[in-house]
Design a binder for this molecule. Structure first.
Ligand code: ADP
Ligand code: ZN
Ligand code: ZN
Length: 741
């Protein structure tokens, strides 16, 4: 009797993958045989309206606000042990609160899809067992005319409980033989959950002797293992940051712990993954967005069971299970890809890595040659400790930067005469050249020379880009794709491409340097696995002498023989309305410049600009990234932009511009007179208001104090959610937005 009562009194509070910011109460399943008891972090299958959903038990309570008669029992408990332990749940709760997002959706972002659909958190393995009938058949010498079956039966009798890999090693045709034996009743197969086997971990190669700066960085973090601390590894490109990560991961593993390493995009940094694999003789899980659901589940399981010692992954790997976590590394911490900028939950994996490290009581290392200004400000205030690497590791000199005044020199297809001369000279000296232009395709505009018609995207406030080789016009914002017209659709006169992208620059360089092999690197070239590696191979073997590419070329590749870098259009970032544009431009220039002179010869970097006196370019040239950063921080402080204030953007899109603005205006009205110390800016249409047929707008909320901002959002959002005009739009809240429009 008492037993039934306590059971009835137990309420499972379940997070479901819905945008509703609340938990759902259920009773434990009524049929208790065979189903495990729900614990915090177990998945449960529950009735939800007419559906059945899988949710996660995040609280167990002894009472509910729902009347007992209306409480329904859960249908099934899927896990006897939590799939998200207390530490993981703490990070998820923190994320839901800070980004003002429904807990169920945060959990959905943190777990692989297969787990949300009910897959087991453990790898399952088939085993084969000989039955009693099989054993006596073997003893009686049966199966004389089926030698393969007999061999398999004897192998199984000799080796006992055996799995597929051992059987495959024994015979190629074992599956056929096994099927026949099962049909005879001599063999049974079953699935078991494979337990993680402890694997010895080792270091394959010791790595080079550390330079003094590297050693002191490694020592500082090593000394802090076992306690929370955020370290910024601020090291110029080529200064050996990766070597520092490797040593620290080694220390963490040696002490029996595990490491989590976050990287911007794995597809773009195969070298980093390769260096970890080369260094460690230890299981490693690699997680990134190009995995299939099945691969993602496997990687998650390997991490969850503790089989792997290193988890290396992109943004969402910040939520990966890592038992006995000892260290977190975030490589290229300034990279925008760490911020989820689409969909509902817009989190920063870098910031969450710091929170996770604090919860877990471990150090986190944020590495970059160009740390984000937010990160540097945290160094200034003493919240983060900076470790510097100011010398290049492999005896290479940092490159020399120089501006080319575009107004004073002849330009062909975007290439100035001094740039062409420099390329010629470096090629002549046996070097390679890298030409950076932040635009793919042939030309950004197709223009009619008679009537002035410009090929527009029908669904965006944007022009279509000419892709000449493919004979297409494409929109880089919505993916629209049309044939390249031979004549103006308006007046019938000839049309011509205006401006340049990688394709056109490559064409012009081939004309200038006939017979010199050239490689291109952009998203049009890299479409399949292996394409990037092929470009890298051609560059590192010296088969290609010139590389033309977009942003992709800035990501950590090591081309030792590149002695010249040319930046074609530095000017885009100079006059943007987005206060972060200069920071992005400076980071790009410094990162791309870092590709020059990684080998024995010093590098040269030429930056083409029409504004050689612009203060940003001046400070970057005179004082490097440090000088630029302190000047920019001073400006941000004056203007009260982040990190000197906190921002949240309420964004929406709708079928009409009016509807997009109406919702945000209603939201603003709801706020009434905002509390002191808090400002509402907008609503305003986005700079590119129309994208993919929808109109975008935003309303900014700003405060000097984080607590004030979040206090306001806590009260305001539930009301915003209830607005009638909300139904006509798609909206989301972006806390600490990276890109403002
Ligand atoms: P970063 O990540 O800072 O750009 P890397 O770790 O890739 O720099 O190092 C740049 C180059 O210097 C690599 O070729 C690396 O193998 C080499 N290197 C790093 N540390 C050392 C060292 N202590 N001694 C010799 N070479 C080193
Ligand atoms: Zn025309
Ligand atoms: Zn478009």
């Amino acid at each position: 009797m008492t037993r039934t009562l306590t059971q009835l009194a137990q309420i499972l509070r379940v997070a479901l993958d819905t945008p509703l910011r609340r938990l759902f109460d259920y009773l434990p399943p009524t049929v208790v045989t065979d189903t495990p008891r729900a614990v915090l972090g177990s998945r449960v299958r529950v009735p939800f309206g007419r559906q059945r959903l899988i949710g996660l038990v995040v609280e167990v309570a002894d009472s509910s606000e729902i009347p007992a008669a209306r409480l329904k029992p859960a249908l099934e408990v899927l896990d006897a042990a939590p799939v998200l332990d207390a530490v993981a749940l703490k990070l998820i709760r923190w994320t839901a609160e800070y980004y003002h997002h429904a807990l169920g959706e945060v959990i959905a972002a943190a777990l692989p899809r297969a787990l949300r659909l009910g897959a087991s958190p453990y790898e399952r393995e088939e085993r084969w067992l000989v039955t009693a009938a099989g054993a006596s058949a073997a003893a009686a010498g049966e199966l004389r005319r089926a030698p393969r079956q007999r061999a398999l039966l004897e192998f199984l009798l000799a080796h006992g409980d055996v799995g597929a890999p051992e059987l495959a090693a024994h015979s190629d045709t074992w599956r056929e033989a096994a099927r026949a034996l099962i049909a005879r009743g001599y063999l049974v197969t079953s699935e078991i959950e494979r337990a993680a086997e402890p694997v010895p971990v080792g270091v394959r190669s010791a790595g080079p002797e550390l330079l003094p700066e590297q050693r002191s960085a490694v020592d500082s973090v090593s000394d802090a293992l076992g306690a929370y601390g955020t370290f910024v590894l601020h090291g110029i490109t080529g200064s050996g940051k990766t070597e520092v990560y490797l040593r620290l991961v080694e220390r963490a593993i040696e002490s029996g712990r595990r490491a989590l390493v976050l990287v911007p995009e794995i597809g773009l940094t195969p070298q980093l993954v390769g260096r970890f694999r080369e260094r460690f003789d230890a299981p490693m899980a690699v997680m990134h967005s190009a995995l299939t659901d099945h691969e993602r589940l496997s990687a998650w399981r390997e991490a969850f069971t503790g089989h792997t010692r290193i988890v290396l992954g992109t943004r969402s790997a910040v939520f990966a299970p890592v038992p006995d976590l000892g260290l977190i590394v975030v490589d290229e911490e300034h990279d925008a890809s760490f911020k989820q900028q689409e969909g509902g939950l817009r989190y920063s994996a870098r910031d969450l890595a710091v929170v996770r490290a604090r919860h877990a009581g471990v150090p986190v290392l944020l590495g970059s040659a160009t740390p984000a200004l937010e990160t540097l400000q945290n160094v200034v205030t003493g919240r983060y400790a900076r470790l510097r690497l100011q010398r290049r590791a492999a005896q290479a000199e940092p490159p020399h930067l120089k501006l080319i005044d575009l107004r004073a020199s002849a330009v062909r297809a975007g290439l100035s005469t001094p740039a062409l001369l420099a390329i010629d000279q470096h090629l002549g000296a046996g070097g390679q050249a890298l030409v950076f232009i932040n635009r793919r395709g042939y030309a950004p505009t197709l223009l009619c020379t008679a009537c002035g018609w410009i090929a527009p995207c029908r669904d965006c406030d944007a022009r279509l880009t000419v892709h000449l080789a493919a004979g297409r016009l494409r929109c880089h914002h919505c993916g629209a794709d049309a044939p390249l017209p031979a004549r103006c659709p308006q007046c019938g006169f000839t049309v011509k491409p205006v401006g340049q992208g990688t394709e056109r620059v490559a064409e012009a360089l081939l004309e200038q340097f006939p017979g010199v092999a050239l490689a291109r690197l952009d998203r049009d070239v890299v479409r399949r696995r292996g394409d990037l590696e092929e470009v890298m191979r051609r560059m590192s073997t010296g088969e290609a002498r010139i590389l033309v590419g977009t942003q992709m070329v800035t990501k950590g590749h090591d081309f030792p023989n590149v002695t010249l870098v040319v930046v074609l259009n530095a000017d885009q970032g100079l006059f943007s309305t987005d206060f972060r544009a200069p920071e992005r431009l400076a980071q790009t220039i410094v990162q791309v410049a870092g590709r020059a002179g990684r080998g024995a010869r010093a590098g040269e970097v030429l930056i083409q600009t029409e504004f050689p006196d612009h203060p940003l370019l001046r400070s970057l040239l005179a004082d490097g990234y440090d000088g630029f950063a302190s000047a920019s921080l001073a400006e941000r402080s004056q203007a009260a932009w982040p990190p000197f204030s906190r921002l949240a953007a309420l964004r929406d899109s709708a079928r009409t511009a009016a509807a997009a603005l109406a919702f945000l205006e209603d939201a603003r009205r709801l706020a009434g007179r905002p509390p002191s110390g808090l400002r509402l800016l907008g609503p305003v249409p986005a700079a590119m208001a129309k994208r993919a047929g929808r109109y975008h707008a935003q309303l900014l909320v700003e405060s000097r104090e984080r607590a004030r901002l979040h206090g306001f959002l806590d009260e305001w959002l539930p009301a915003v959610e209830q607005l009638r005009s909300a139904r006509a739009v798609r909206w989301s809240l972006d806390v600490d937005p990276l890109e403002l429009f």
